[in-house]
Structure formats: structure tokens, C-alpha cells
Design a protein around this ligand. Structure first.
Ligand SMILES: [Zn+2]
Length: 53
């Protein structure tokens, strides 16, 4: 599967797990670590499995 990246409205490119912050425990939502904008669930799910190699 091709790597996913997400261009946040703040200009950050979210590509790896560490680019996201998690909020909530039971049904977590994932947000841009720079600005806190929520990342769409499906996209966040893929990004959070990506690690810099
Ligand atoms: Zn952002």
C-alpha cells in the first residue's frame, strides 16, 4: 500500500505517527500535532501505522 500523507489546513504535512496527537481513549480522535485540527479517521488510521524508515 502506498504511503499516505495528509496536508493539514495549517500547512503541515502529516505522514507519520508522531505527526499526530491522540485525544480520547475509547474512541480516540487524531489531530494535527501543530494546530489541533482533527484528521479524518480513515486517513489518521493509515498515517498512524507509518514510521520514518
Ligand atoms: Zn495542522
Amino acid at each position: 500500500m502506498a504511503p499516505v500523507d495528509y496536508r493539514c489546513p495549517c500547512g503541515a504535512t502529516l505522514r507519520f505517527k508522531q505527526d499526530l496527537t491522540k485525544e480520547g481513549a475509547i474512541r480516540p480522535t487524531w489531530k494535527c500535532k501543530d494546530c489541533g485540527t482533527p484528521v479524518p479517521g480513515q486517513t489518521a488510521e493509515q498515517i498512524r501505522h507509518q514510521h520514518p524508515s
